[in-house]
Ligand binder design. Structure first.
Ligand SMILES: Cc1cc2nc3c(=O)[nH]c(=O)nc-3n(C[C@H](O)[C@H](O)[C@H](O)COP(=O)(O)OP(=O)(O)OC[C@H]3O[C@@H](n4cnc5c(N)ncnc54)[C@H](O)[C@@H]3O)c2cc1C
Length: 420
């Protein structure tokens, strides 16, 4: 029997999910399809090992569309079929069990990212998917009703799953955007997301400090993003989950060359109202009038952070607490609740966890992820213009879109080609 060939470009999360889903379809139907993954690095799945600080936040149990940006309409359609439950089942069926943590975050039972990669590897091997590493695909051309890759590998259908531009040391160097562009697919501007925020005025004394906070990105006077949680102060500005989450809005401002000021508003005491903070200061004045001001806020926050806030409010750290005037108290309260910092940039792709922008989802069938203008061409994962917040939302998209494209491509080959 003649076999049709399905090539998957990229052996990352979405490419492996696509290949497995296609191979399971082959197993079930007996369709004559040869499935090959081309991976540019010496090993496939490298990025998975770095995810979730080595624990791999494999998915989120909620397909909450508010956590996504870009082509949300298409993503919603795909998550409606390839749901978080079906992704959990996808892993369970390979022998990988998951555990649920806060905010719907799912992790492998082992809490080791390597278990996720192992499960995918063993399933790819069991299903007989061919994997060719050390092979970067730099050219895809349409030929004889199919495609020719790098001028030598013929393929009846192609799934482009090469990721975005984020963390290129793990393989995703943006080359798949070029492949899609060469095949006539519209690309939306790409910019780093889930990355650190660079502030114009730097306070190096806070480097390494972690403290709870609520932050807003204020773009020309309008709030464009909000998050809360543990902020990490760095030598360039701020990082940690809340900063990463709002970094998309900041990054977009710079990528689209928007005019006007971009500010970060930081509430360092989100659990207190301004009235409660003023009352606290007044009480300290009564209780400990002779203590130096540098000890004024030690009951509320790390001392270094308190000193930075006192400096911003022009309160001398060595002066006694009793000397704090009503105006100084008001200024300090305002700074504690909403100190404004000018944002001068974000860390680039090399430090970002995900790429915003990419292949315009309007160019794809929302049930199969086949390109509307090129028969037999599919795409999935981060190369598409869909990106999520922290919490397992990006890998969730990689699994769901990968499985969708894999099934779509296998069905396309069995229905339209000679692989029945
Ligand atoms: C440090 C870090 C931690 C993260 N943690 C999490 C987390 O815990 N939870 C979560 O949901 N998301 C996390 N993410 C995001 C998540 O890992 C990605 O969104 C996801 O891996 C995207 O999958 P993908 O298959 O589209 O692309 P990738 O995983 O980037 O895979 C693309 C693959 O294609 C290969 N490739 C690229 N171009 C070519 C080419 N031309 N020819 C051949 N091969 C090519 C690359 O080498 C790579 O192996 C994290 C990301 C980073 C960087």
């Amino acid at each position: 029997m003649n076999k049709s060939v399905l090539s998957v470009i990229g052996g990352g999360a979405s490419g492996m999910a696509a290949a497995i889903e296609a191979a399971r379809f082959r197993e079930k139907t007996g369709a004559g399809i040869k499935i090959v993954i081309y991976e540019r690095l010496p090993r496939y799945g490298k990025k998975i090992l770095a995810t979730g600080n080595g624990r791999c936040n494999i998915l989120n149990k909620n397909a909450d569309m508010e956590k996504y940006s870009g082509g949300v309409r298409l993503a919603k359609k795909i998550f409606g079929v390839f749901t978080p439950e079906s992704n959990t089942e996808f892993f369970n069926s390979m022998g990988l069990y998951t555990r649920l943590e806060d905010d719907g975050r799912m992790y492998p039972m082992s809490l080791q990212a390597s278990s996720v990669l192992d499960a995918l590897r063993f399933e790819l091997q069991r299903l007989g998917v061919e994997i060719i590493c050390d092979t970067k695909i730099t050219d895809v051309k349409q030929k004889d009703g199919g495609f020719i890759l790098n001028g030598k590998y013929f393929s009846d259908a192609v799934i482009i799953a090469g990721g975005g531009k984020s963390s290129p040391v793990q393989g995703s160097d943006g080359s798949c955007f070029e492949l899609l562009h060469s095949l006539g697919i519209k690309l939306n501007p790409q910019f780093p997301s889930l990355t650190g925020i660079i502030l114009k005025s730097k306070n190096k004394s806070l480097k390494g400090l972690r403290a709870r906070g609520e932050i807003l990105v204020v773009d020309n006077g309008k709030v464009s993003a909000f998050s809360s949680g543990e902020l990490q102060y760095t030598d360039y500005g701020v990082s940690g989950i809340p900063a990463m989450e709002v970094s998309r809005a900041a990054s977009e401002h710079f990528a689209l060359h928007k005019k006007g000021k971009l500010l970060l508003s930081v509430n360092s005491l989100p659990d207190f109202s301004p009235e409660e903070i003023s009352e606290y200061i007044e009480n300290r004045k009564k209780q400990n009038p002779y203590l130096p001001c540098e000890d004024l806020l030690t009951g509320l926050m790390p001392k270094k952070l308190g000193i930075a806030k006192l400096n911003s409010a022009n309160i001398k750290c060595s002066a006694p607490i009793s000397s704090v005037t009503k105006n100084q108290c008001a200024a300090l309260t305002e700074i504690l609740c909403s100190e404004l910092f000018e944002i001068s940039g974000v860390l680039g792709f090399e430090h970002s966890q995900v790429t915003a922008g990419g292949a315009d989802t309007e160019c794809f069938n929302n049930a199969t992820l086949e390109a509307l203008s090129v028969k037999g061409l599919f795409a999935c994962g981060e190369v598409m213009d869909v990106d999520g917040r922290c919490g397992g939302y990006n890998l969730a998209w990689a699994w769901s879109s990968g499985r969708c494209a894999g099934l779509g491509a296998a069905k396309y080959l069995s229905e339209n080609k000679f692989g029945k």
